[in-house]
Design a protein around this ligand. Structure first.
Ligand code: GLA
Length: 435
């Protein structure tokens, strides 16, 4: 066919032929690539994806989706589900007929999403959440007791809350959390006995001798651990003692108690409760290899001196981009080599990481990426030999309360439940990781 001039002087182009849609490629549990053949003079193509062969409804975002190339990745799908796609060619206001309809079935197994996290984890490990005493009622209470079987105090078991002065302790908040856990049959992970942040003001201006300081810390650790022995089954004994980029972190504890302060704290905790599991907890070790090496070197030293340490907490404040599965696996493998139980202790997954354009709402793309990352992290954890598993603890319940928003000073949606306590795609990702 040849083009010819019309009465208006415009070029009359031939009618658009319909494209030929090809079998889907790159089919995964949650996505596939739709492709079709080039249509002469077409400027773009409109792609429809549906669950029905008659296209009586569309997958969100895939109704007449304009694509300029000859392929498009269709994401955000459900495993083991049959989809249909078709496409038409477009040139300005001209549209071709629809292509043939292609059927594609995503891989994987269809999972039952109407299930609670703790039930899906089926007692292989705890599924925990960070909480505070002012959030133990209403919907929080419902979610905590149905979805989760473990809690961690977000801040109310830190020194700043408990430690009013030498030998002077405020048990109100920790008692309330422990009672709540006991009444509701929830495990409780103690967090954190010694941390350089959130220390009480009086401690930073302490004027006694180093010996007196050390005695006060020993008394504190023993008082806290003894009080809850048999109720709190595990403790982060020391939190974040290694610097980003390596080296022991300077802190009031290092200054006054010397470089073996970590060993002393573990020893005192063990003396106070021989049955509690004792963890060292830190962040960013999958990405920061120097820090990771120094954490394990510190643990090697503890172990070679027979200091009791049972496990490691990898905080897992991560993003949809980093760390990679491989990086997390390397860290986990080092823990297992050392016979350490592994706790993913403070999991949240940012959707606005550095290096990406900031989004001001949870877009479908970020939502999907977050679901995949939750799936990846939980799947990795689930593949750890059972005897090394302890818990995955999510750092909060609802997105708007996450510490991430203040910390990074930009919007984010890092958790499993939205503003209205509704489950997000991330929740499905968590369940998928437990398959
Ligand atoms: C660190 C601590 C947690 C908490 C978070 C921010 O990860 O271990 O206790 O304070 O920072 O909420």
């Amino acid at each position: 066919m040849t083009a010819c001039a019309s009465d208006e002087g415009e070029v009359d182009l031939p009618a658009l032929k319909e494209p030929i849609a090809n079998p889907a490629t790159d089919v995964t549990d949650l996505s596939f690539t739709a492709g079709w053949n080039f249509v002469s003079t077409a400027k773009s193509y409109l792609l429809d994806v549906s669950l029905q062969s008659d296209f009586s409804s569309f997958i969100s975002g895939y109704e007449s989706l304009e694509v300029t190339g000859l392929r498009a990745e269709v994401t955000g799908l459900t495993p083991a589900t049959q989809y249909y796609f078709r496409v038409k060619a477009v040139r300005e206001s001209a549209e071709s007929d629809f292509s043939n309809v292609v059927m594609v079935t995503t891989t994987g197994t269809l999972i039952d999403t109407d299930v609670f996290l703790k039930d899906k984890a089926a007692n292989n490990f705890f599924v925990g959440a960070a909480v505070s005493t002012n959030r133990l009622s209403g919907k929080y209470n419902e979610l905590l007791t149905t979805e989760f079987n473990s809690i961690t105090a977000e801040s109310e078991m830190k020194m700043r809350t408990i430690f009013l002065g030498p030998g002077n302790y405020n048990w109100t908040a920790p008692d309330a959390l422990v009672n709540y856990a006991t009444e509701n049959n929830l495990n409780i992970h103690g967090h954190a006995l010694v941390w350089h942040v959130e220390v009480p003001d009086w401690m930073t201006t302490f004027t006694g001798t180093d010996e007196e300081f050390e005695q006060i810390i020993e008394d504190y650790i023993k008082a806290v651990v003894t009080r809850y022995a048999g109720k709190i089954t595990s403790w982060d004994v020391v939190n974040e003692a290694i610097n980003d980029g390596g080296g022991i972190r300077n802190s009031i504890f290092l200054e006054k108690m010397g470089s073996d302060y970590i060993a002393k704290c573990f020893q005192w905790a063990r003396e106070a409760d021989p049955d509690a599991l004792l963890f060292y907890n830190d962040y960013n070790t999958p990405e920061d290899l120097t820090k990771q090496n120094d954490v394990y070197a510190m643990i090697d030293e503890l172990q070679s001196n027979n200091i009791p340490i049972d496990g490691i907490g990898l905080q897992m404040h991560i993003s949809i981009d980093n760390p990679t599965r491989q990086q997390i696996q390397v860290d986990v493998d080092k823990a297992i080599e050392r016979n350490l139980i592994v706790h993913f202790s403070e999991l949240d997954i940012r959707v606005n990481p550095d290096g990406r354009q900031i989004v001001n709402s949870l877009t479908e793309e970020r939502d999907f990426a977050q679901r995949l990352k939750y799936k990846e992290v939980v799947d990795l954890y689930n593949s750890i030999p059972d005897s090394f598993k302890y818990a995955i603890t999510v750092w909060g319940i609802r997105d708007p309360e996450s510490w991430i928003i203040d910390q990074y000073n930009r919007p984010d949606w890092p958790l499993l439940f939205d503003d209205s306590f509704d489950r997000k795609s991330a929740h499905i990702g968590f369940l998928e990781g437990l398959e």
